[in-house]
Design a protein around this ligand. Structure first.
Ligand code: AGP
Length: 604
């Protein structure tokens, strides 16, 4: 995903910008650029591909003395990854970098084009710089023009803008995309879309809030809120230790990764949702031609995401779908039909069994697609097509945000297939898209629920085992909940379809058998409830997770009301992640690096 850096000071600006961008590289990008303003003159460099290309392009450029600069790594959303589409975008005497999406860009572009403005790129971002220059013609100051510009933008943005009239100044604004402002004892000012770009350079920072905008010069910083009221500058110290700073105040990477799922899912959805269609720019429209069946293949958590997809693909797109554990698939001499799309799912893109299965499918002549978090990984390079999940680096060995992004992509893909195959009507797809748009807020951690989980975790540290149970997509979620708990608490846990308990597992029921019951309001509530009652009647200790009261539970975690079962799925996912983490914390385990496990399993 895109990254932003900015600098005001006297050190060699090019290196500072490129070093900052390098710290954001992990987010993935396909082009990069910098703009430097010194003595009212601009120097602009852009390159497609990795930062090394940008370094080569700007090789001869050196600056001494005071300057301001802005830099950007771009992950293409509107328009292909070309040099023209790379940021910074320029007007006649201004330059801008932007993360997010300007939703009303077409409207603004039409207005500006009618006034004779020429656009160079296909991006939404370019409207910002031209709108600014348009307002500059009538404004008393460049800052007034910037304020007007920001007031007319709809959507999500983090913006830095520089203008040749004021060559000691960076204008900035934040709404829905992160932006951090930092300074140090050497009177330097920095901007970054993540504090990774600022660690070691600044001693204190302000994490800008939505609606914040302002102006930074070599002598001052002025900040306003969304109601145009001045905001007192309240800096917080920035850790110098990269590792603890990257945890951003959370106890573990896993906790941080659970909490950042809202931001991450906004990235996953970005540029992919239209009013009535889901749009994956990276997919060739012919990919689904001649396809009558889908086979998904993965390991561990990614396998659970694949299981969710079997329900969604068949339900939404009425296409035959099956799922395989990669380590089994490889050796069971499977029959593969040529009209099957083979989809592998992997956070790392390097898991040996999944990679080998992908090779087998290719060899058998199947079309292949990978859903992956790591660009340029072995699977991304090998598959015919790829969709990146945009989860950012996941450090906790127990996967959390990677799973959330995988399921989100698969849900979107089910809708792409549904419209390709003309199964769902446009209004039904529009409704699903409306639901998808709410995901970032659905997965935001509810502090009350987290506190409740912290307290009740003390009752779940012993016993002879856990059953996580659910139906439909809540069955793979139950499997995932059990896997999370196993991985970091080292307690025995199983996931089961709730209807299957009476076929054997219920024999284990007693007070020392803990049942974690997923009881969504909108998917088979009564059926699941009966299964949980059967366990309760046999004195199993029940912890129910539901928006509806359940009087047979020993503990009840009340989730919020949602209008659809998939939204309930995502909130329950967060509850299960936090529950496992709090149990592991109480047991004193290493949450981020549990025993015996590796983040990327490159052996079979
Ligand atoms: C999940 O918490 C685990 N770390 C593990 O099951 C993981 O999902 C599995 O090893 C597959 O990895 P991949 O997604 O990188 O292919």
């Amino acid at each position: 995903m895109c990254g932003i850096v900015g600098y005001i000071g006297t050190k060699p600006v090019k290196q500072i910008l490129i070093d900052g961008l390098r710290e954001l590289e992990y987010r993935g990008y396909d082009s990069a650029g910098i703009a430097v303003l010194q003595n009212h003159q601009f120097s602009l460099f852009k390159a497609v591909g990795k930062l090394i290309n940008l370094e080569e392009k700007s090789q001869k450029f050196e600056s001494t003395g005071f300057s301001v600069g802005i830099g950007h790594t771009r992950w293409a959303t509107h328009g292909k990854p070309t040099e023209l589409n790379a940021h910074p975008h320029i007007g006649s005497a201004s330059s801008v970098v932007h993360n997010g999406i300007i939703e009303n860009y077409q409207e603004l572009k039409n207005m500006l084009t009618s006034k004779g403005v020429q656009f160079l790129s296909q991006t939404d971002t370019e409207v910002i710089v031209h709108l600014f220059e348009y307002h500059l013609k009538t404004a008393n100051t460049p800052f007034e023009a910037f304020t007007k510009t920001v007031g007319e933008l709809d959507g999500a943005y983090a913006v830095l803008l520089i203008n040749a009239q004021v060559d000691d100044t960076i204008f900035f604004a934040k709404h829905g995309s992160p932006m951090i402002l930092g300074r140090n004892h050497e009177n330097e000012t920095f901007f970054g879309s993540s504090d990774a770009a600022l660690i070691g350079k600044c001693h204190e920072v302000i994490y800008l809030e939505d609606g914040h905008y302002g102006v930074a010069t070599k002598d001052s910083i002025t900040l306003y809120d969304g109601q145009n009221n001045p905001v007192n500058l309240q800096f917080t110290p920035l850790s110098e230790n990269k590792l603890s700073a990257q945890k951003e105040g959370f106890r573990f990477f896993m906790e941080k990764e659970i909490y950042e799922q809202g931001t991450v899912l906004a990235d996953t959805l970005m540029g992919r949702l239209r009013d009535e269609t889901v749009y994956f720019e990276e997919l060739d429209p012919t990919l689904f031609d001649g396809i009558n069946e889908i086979k998904l293949c993965a390991c561990g958590t990614s396998y659970h995401a694949a299981m969710v997809a079997t329900y969604l693909f068949e339900r939404h797109a009425r296409i035959r779908t099956s799922v395989e554990i990669a380590s089994e698939f490889r050796y069971r001499e499977p029959l593969l039909a040529p009209d099957t799309l083979f989809v592998v799912i992997s956070q790392s893109g390097e898991t040996a069994d999944t990679l080998e299965s992908l090779k087998m499918a290719k060899k058998a002549g199947l079309k292949t697609l990978v859903i992956c978090n790591v660009d340029n990984s072995s699977m991304v390079r090998l598959a015919d097509a790829s969709i990146l999940t945009r989860a950012g680096i996941e450090k906790g060995v127990a996967s959390t945000k990677a799973f959330a992004t995988q399921v989100t992509v698969l849900w979107m893909l089910s809708l792409t297939l549904a419209s390709e195959r003309k199964i769902l009507q446009a209004n039904e797809i529009a409704h699903q898209i409306k639901l998808l748009r709410t995901l970032p807020s659905v997965v935001a951690v509810d502090n009350g629920i987290h506190e409740q989980l912290r307290r009740l975790s003390k009752r779940y540290l012993h016993g002879h085992g856990f059953f996580f149970i659910g139906r439909d997509v809540f069955f793979p979620l139950a499997l995932e909940g059990a896997l999370k708990l196993k991985e970091i608490s080292y307690l025995h846990a199983e996931g089961y379809p709730s209807g299957e308990m009476k076929h054997g597992p219920i024999a284990l029921a007693d007070p020392e058998l803990f049942t974690i019951a997923l009881l969504p309001q909108h998917k088979l509530y009564d059926k699941t409830k009966s299964n949980v009652e059967e366990l309760s009647a046999r004195d199993s200790t029940i912890c129910s997770i539901s928006p509806l009261d359940f009087d047979k539970a020993d503990d009840h975690i009340r989730t919020h009301y949602h209008e659809d079962y998939m939204l309930e799925f995502f909130e329950m996912m967060v509850v299960l992640q936090l529950l496992s983490m709090e149990i592991a914390v109480r047991l004193g385990n290493d949450v981020d690096m549990p025993r015996n496990l590796a983040k990327s399993v490159t052996v079979e």
